[in-house]
Write a protein that binds this ligand. Structure first.
Ligand code: FAD
Ligand code: NAP
Length: 561
């Protein structure tokens, strides 16, 4: 269903009667938005405010993106609920009542549904419809977007917003023999809506990142036997989730706007409850450090990495924080061999830190076994189980908690074709190159939300999404006011931005381990550090670019065509 929006007054090349046909069987709109997660939903809200005609296409049967797909046991956010929520409407943030410090997946999905209903956005979203491709027509200055599913066809649009998500393309490793497995196979990022019954079953979980670490303790209590296959031991800190303190809720809501402004400026848009200490770990005494780490460990979650300012800058300081966690593991896990296998050896924080509820304690259960697959990878999967080092681990269910082809996966599956017939996969052959994480040279009027080159996954993503959408909406309004038809990133601006993102990353310890930030989890993916560190400076730069007449972009009006 198309939303009842007026066509944009700036629809300069609206199709004449008779021009629609097989090539644009779904007609023409100002804006096509791909994805109905937090980004696509808010983009549609702003598009309607601007009076643009738009369509949102979502491959899932419902909205919510991440929170629609990731329904595995224990799924919840790791950013305080009062921060992990929209801030564009004060009445919304005042009226919504979170029940827990870190909201669970079902609660976040209820919030998403509430937002859609409250702002009457459902009519603009077409579900069960996969965007398969998009091709730019330089003559018409239009995108032709092809879809399959509930609405199959193609639609023309002036603008294309790819709100496809950074963590929306599930990574299913191609392990030999998987097709022969006789039991059930699941991926945490594509979890069945009616849940999975683990009772009496022997279960394998492959992967020990955030999703594995959240789900393993719960699966362990339900299954007859659980075998965890661990390639790289991850650092995890207790989440310390609890019911939301009514006093904190009231305090924040009494001055929510000021709270958001402070959050934005001071803490990459989250973590205001646990500010980063300005001190350096390598300048503290061992006793001071241990006391600080213990306090932060007890507070839980992000607080731990905020113990000192230099953990991701100095290997020495990082080593102290890492050793404290290893010490906790050795004290918690009773079997010394299992404890050693669980002890991570990488830089703490160079992969996203995990937060758990009883993860290490789970390995003291009699029905739980840990199998290291770092030196001896999974050889194959057989009809009855998983083979490692010539040993068959018999299981009835395999759960892949193996993450995502992050940041570029969903974009490259669409693989838009821009000017001169150049596809995104060609333009990004050596890794993603963008200007501000928002725009790609050679792809006019196309925007990515929280794309590579923006802070995205290194900050509170909902805040990043709102900042991106607002910036794009302001640009579209500017184009309307100035009769500008196309906007496109300049090649030099892209090159300089990519260099900047790299320089920032390489001034830290982030690039030191095989993280998905680097694409290192996907065989053959170019190794490039994709997100940009530092949300406040980034947002300021975006504002400056706009104030300087969209510096680094080529804006073309009718005269220049
Ligand atoms: P998504 O929510 O991923 O939505 C993108 C949508 O686009 C999806 O619904 C997808 O189906 C759709 N789509 C993609 N390609 C196509 C196509 N070709 N055609 C049609 N539809 C398409 N971030 C935080 O800041 N804090 C957290 O605590 C946090 N926890 C997380 C927990 C999990 C388990 C995961 C996986 C991620 C988490 N994240 C967290 C990151 C999270 O992805 C973002 O916070 C946010 O939800 C992203 O919203 P989005 O709209 O950008 O993308
Ligand atoms: P992930 O962090 O990428 O972890 C995937 C796990 O699977 C890793 O242990 C990885 O090992 C392993 N793996 C990948 N390919 C494998 C293979 N071929 N064989 C064996 N093991 C393999 O994915 P995720 O846990 O789904 O989390 C992704 C991101 O989503 C997080 O970093 C976070 O941003 C977000 N998330 C957040 C929360 C939250 O707490 N709110 C929860 C879930 C997810 P290696 O480490 O060796 O690659």
């Amino acid at each position: 269903m198309s939303p009842p929006q007026a066509a944009s007054p700036n629809s300069d090349t609206a199709l004449k009667a008779g021009e629609t046909g097989a090539a644009d069987s779904l007609g023409e709109v100002d804006l096509v938005i791909v994805g109905a997660g937090f980004a696509g939903i808010y983009m549609s809200y702003r598009a309607r405010q601007l009076g643009l005609s738009y369509r949102v296409f979502e491959r899932g049967s419902g909205a919510g993106g991440t929170w629609f797909w990731n329904r595995y046991p224990g799924a919840r956010c790791d950013v305080h609920s009062l921060e992990y929520s929209y801030q564009f409407d004060d009445a919304l943030q005042q009226e919504w009542q979170w029940t827990e410090k870190f909201a669970s997946q079902p609660e976040i999905l209820r919030y998403v549904d509430h937002v859609i209903e409250r702002f009457d956005l459902a009519g603009g979203i077409t579900f069960n419809t996969h965007v398969q491709g998009a091709v730019y027509d330089e003559v018409r200055r239009r995108w032709t977007v092809t879809t399959a599913g509930d609405e199959t066809g193609s639609i023309r649009s002036r603008f294309l917003v790819l709100a496809t998500g950074c963590l929306s393309s599930a990574n299913r490793p191609g392990i030999a023999g998987l097709d022969s497995f006789g039991g059930d196979v699941y991926h945490t990022g594509e979890w069945p809506h009616d849940g999975v019954d683990f009772a009496g079953k022997r279960v394998a979980v492959i992967g020990t990142g955030s999703s594995g670490i959240q789900s393993i303790p719960i699966i362990a209590t339900e299954a007859a036997h659980l075998t965890v296959f661990q390639r790289t031991a991850a650092y995890t800190v207790p989440a310390r989730n609890e019911p939301l303190d009514p006093a904190i809720d009231a305090e924040v809501k009494a001055a929510y706007t000021e709270f958001r402004a402070k959050d934005w400026q001071e803490s990459s848009a989250f973590g205001i409850f646990d500010p980063r200490s300005p001190e350096h770990a390598n300048q503290a005494s061992p006793a001071e450090r241990n006391e600080r780490y213990e306090q932060r460990w007890q507070r839980g979650s992000w607080s731990y990495l905020r113990s000192y300012v230099d953990h991701i800058l100095s290997e020495e300081s990082n080593g102290y924080a890492a050793e404290f966690v290893r010490d906790k593991i050795r004290k918690t896990v009773q079997d010394p061999t299992t404890a050693e296998l669980l002890c991570p050896t990488t830089i703490i924080g160079c992969k996203r830190l995990c937060f758990d509820t009883g993860y290490y304690e789970t390995f003291n259960r009699e029905n739980v076994e840990l199998v290291g697959i770092s030196d001896t990878p999974i050889e194959r999967i057989e009809p009855t189980g998983v083979v490692v080092d010539d040993t068959l681990h018999e299981v009835d269910i395999i759960v892949f908690a193996t993450g995502f082809d992050a940041m570029t996966g969903s974009l490259l599956k669409i693989d838009p074709v821009g000017k001169d017939g150049t596809s995104l996969s060609t333009a990004w052959e050596a890794g993603p190159v963008t200007y501000l994480g928002l725009s790609v040279a050679g792809f006019p009027n196309m925007f990515t939300i929280t794309g590579p080159g923006s802070p995205s996954v290194l900050a509170n993503m909902i805040t990043c999404i709102e900042q991106h959408v607002n910036w794009i909406a302001d640009l579209l309004a500017h184009m309307e006011a100035k009769a500008i038809h196309t906007v496109e990133a300049e090649t030099q601006a892209v090159a300089a931005w990519v260099q900047h993102v790299n320089n920032v990353a390489h001034s830290t310890l982030f690039p030191s381990c095989n993280s998905w930030y680097l694409g290192a989890n996907i065989p053959g993916k170019p190794r490039v550090f994709m997100p940009l560190l530092g949300f406040p400076a980034y947002a300021q730069r975006c504002d400056e670019v706009a104030e300087q007449g969209y510096e680094g972009f080529v804006l073309r009006g009718a005269d220049s065509i």
